[in-house]
Design a protein around this ligand. Structure first.
Ligand SMILES: Cc1ncc(COP(=O)(O)O)c(C=O)c1O
Length: 497
C-alpha cells in the first residue's frame, strides 16, 4: 500500500520568506522533522516537485534541491516513474522538536565553535584560507602609504569615485591584459576584495528565491553570500577536467538558471584546475543557453609548475563572463582590494549595488596599492610567493606519501593553497575524526562545508600555504596518528557537525 502525503501536511509546510534561511533549507528542515518524528511514515509518497512548488508558490528548483539533499541523506528515495518516497532506516529515530533543533545548530554557530577549537595553542591549523602572513610586504606597503599621504594629502582620505581610483583601474587592466583579458579600464570596478565582487554580482543579477549554479564542492564564502541573499545554490559535480557539462546541460534545459559561479583555477577547496578544453566547452554551452558566468580568479597567479590556462574571461568572445578577482591571495588580504570586470548593462547595475553597499572602497588603500604596483614590486613578490608555496606544496605531498596509507586519496595541487584529501572508506568521517585530530594538535576544514547537498563527509581541505615545511610535515604526522588512534582504539563516533 502506498501512503500519500496528506493535503494538510503539504499546505502546513511553514515557510518564512523573510528568513535568512533559504527556502530549500526550510523545506529540508521541515521534512527531516516530519520523518524523524514519525509523522511521515516510511513508504509515504511525497508530492511531485512541480505540484509542491505550485502549491507553496515557490520555485521548483527549491523543491528539487530539497529532495536531492534529503535523498543524499538517505531520508527519501526517488523511483523513476513511480515517485519519491520516505525511506525507512535509522533516520526515523524519534526526536522532539527541542532536541531536533539542538542536533542541527546554525552553520555559523558550528563554524565559530570549530574555528575556536582550531585556535587552541599548539594546534597546526590547516583549516584557514589565508596566504602566509610572513610574506606580506609590510615595509613596501608602509612606504607606499607614507608617500601617498604626502603626495595626495586630503584627496587620499576623502571619498573616491564609486568605480574606483582610475590609475588603479588602469594598473589592474594592465595586470589582467598579461593574463589574456582584453578590456578597458572603464570596465574595471574596484571592490572590497573578491568577496564583495561576488556579493554585488549576486545582488545585481539575481533576486531572492532565484537559483545560482555552482560546482559542488565550491567556495564556502560564496555559499555564505547565497544564503544571506536568499539565493539557492545548486551544485554540479566535478570530474578530472572540471565541472560536469552533461549535468549542467540537463539543468540548463530544465530550469533556465541565469548565473553560474565558478572558480576554475586552483579551485577552493579541491585545488584542481579546469582544462582549457573544458573552458571552451563551458563557454559554448553557456552561450547556447543564455547563461552568465561569474568567474572567480583569486588563485590564477599562484601556479607552481607551469602557468595556469587563461581565465574564462580571456576566452569569452560573447561577453558572458563577469570576472572577479583580488589582491588578497597574492599580496595583502587585509587591505580588501578586489575588482570585477564587467561591461554593458551588468556594469551599471553592479555599480549601483556597490555604491549602495559602501559608497566606495577606501581611497588611501587604493592609491597605496596602485603605487606599490607602479613601483614594479608585484612581479618579484609574486615570484617569491610562488617559490615559497611550491616548497610548501612539495612538503605536503612528501608528508602525505610518508604518513598516509594507500587508502587515502589525494592529488598533487599544481598551484593555489589547498590540498583535498579523501579519508579511507573504512574509517571515521571528517566530522567524527575532528575532535581526535584537535587532541592530536591538528585542524582541517571538513568537506561537507563546501558542498551544496551534504556530500563530502570523507573529504578534508588542507591549506598547506600557511606553515613552513617542517610544520606541514608534523601536521600530516599528527593527522595520520589521530586517524590510526581512532581506528585502533575504536573511539566513539561523535560528529562535531
Ligand atoms: C575562491 C575564493 N574567492 C574569493 C575569496 C575571497 O577573497 P577576498 O579576500 O579577496 O575577498 C576567497 C578567499 O578565501 C576564495 O578562496
Amino acid at each position: 500500500m502506498v501512503l500519500q502525503l496528506s493535503d494538510t501536511l503539504t499546505t502546513d509546510i511553514p515557510l518564512d520568506r523573510d528568513s535568512e534561511e533559504p527556502i530549500y533549507q526550510q523545506l529540508i528542515r521541515h521534512f527531516q522533522y516530519q520523518i524523524s518524528s514519525g509523522r511521515l511514515q516510511p513508504g509515504t509518497r511525497l508530492p511531485p516537485s512541480r505540484d509542491l512548488a505550485r502549491e507553496l508558490g515557490i520555485g521548483r528548483i527549491s523543491v528539487v534541491s530539497a529532495y536531492n539533499e534529503l535523498q543524499s541523506k538517505g531520508l527519501i528515495s526517488a523511483h523513476p516513474g513511480r515517485g519519491t518516497f520516505v525511506s525507512g532506516g535509522e533516520q526515523t529515530r524519534k526526536v522532539t522538536p527541542k532536541n531536533h533543533h539542538q542536533s542541527q545548530p546554525a552553520p555559523h554557530q558550528n563554524m565559530r565553535e570549530i574555528l575556536r577549537l582550531a585556535q587552541k595553542p599548539g594546534v597546526i591549523a590547516f583549516n584557514c584560507g589565508a596566504p602566509p602572513d610572513e610574506f606580506l610586504p609590510v615595509e613596501a606597503f608602509r612606504s607606499a602609504l607614507d608617500t601617498v599621504l604626502h603626495r595626495d594629502g586630503a584627496a587620499a582620505i576623502t571619498y573616491e569615485d564609486p568605480e574606483g581610483y582610475m590609475p588603479l583601474r588602469t594598473a589592474v587592466r594592465d595586470f589582467i591584459t598579461s593574463q589574456g583579458i582584453d578590456t578597458r579600464a572603464e570596465n574595471i570596478l574596484i571592490t572590497g576584495g573578491a568577496q564583495q565582487a561576488l556579493d554585488v554580482v549576486l545582488q545585481a543579477m539575481l533576486a531572492p528565491g532565484d537559483a545560482v549554479i555552482t560546482t559542488s564542492p565550491t567556495y564556502l564564502g560564496f555559499l555564505d553570500i547565497a544564503h544571506v541573499r536568499r539565493i539557492t545554490p545548486v551544485g554540479i559535480p566535478m570530474n578530472n577536467e572540471g565541472i560536469c557539462l552533461d549535468t549542467l546541460e540537463d539543468l540548463l534545459i530544465d530550469y533556465h538558471p541565469k548565473l553560474l559561479y565558478i572558480n576554475p583555477t586552483f579551485h577552493n577547496p579541491t585545488g584542481s584546475t579546469m582544462s582549457i578544453h573544458r573552458r571552451r566547452q563551458l563557454l559554448r554551452l553557456a552561450q547556447q543557453y543564455d547563461l552568465m558566468i561569474l568567474e572567480d580568479a583569486v588563485y590564477q597567479e599562484l601556479h607552481f609548475d607551469e602557468p595556469a590556462p587563461p581565465p574564462l574571461k580571456a576566452l569569452d568572445e560573447a561577453g558572458i563572463v563577469l570576472h572577479a578577482s583580488s589582491f588578497s591571495k597574492i599580496l595583502l588580504p587585509g587591505t580588501r582590494i578586489g575588482y570585477i570586470v564587467t561591461e554593458g548593462y551588468a556594469r551599471d547595475r553592479i555599480l549601483r549595488v556597490k555604491q549602495a553597499a559602501d559608497i566606495c572602497s577606501p581611497a588611501l588603500i587604493q592609491r597605496a596599492v596602485h603605487l606599490y604596483m607602479k613601483r614594479g614590486n608585484l612581479p618579484g613578490h609574486l615570484d617569491r610567493i610562488r617559490h615559497v608555496l611550491r616548497d610548501r606544496r612539495d612538503a605536503a605531498v612528501e608528508a602525505a606519501r610518508k604518513y598516509l596509507s594507500d587508502e587515502w586519496a589525494w592529488k598533487v595541487p599544481k598551484g593555489g593553497l589547498y590540498m583535498w584529501l579523501e579519508l579511507p572508506a573504512s574509517g571515521p568521517t571528517a566530522a567524527e575524526l575532528y575532535m581526535n585530530a584537535i587532541d592530536y594538535g591538528v585542524a582541517y576544514a571538513m568537506g561537507t562545508l563546501f558542498h551544496t547537498n551534504g556530500e563530502g563527509a570523507r573529504h578534508i581541505r588542507i591549506n598547506f600555504g600557511s606553515y613552513p615545511p617542517e610544520k606541514i610535515r608534523e601536521g600530516f604526522r599528527r593527522l595520520s596518528a589521530a586517524w590510526e588512534d581512532f581506528q585502533i582504539n575504536n573511539i566513539q563516533r561523535r560528529p562535531i557537525l
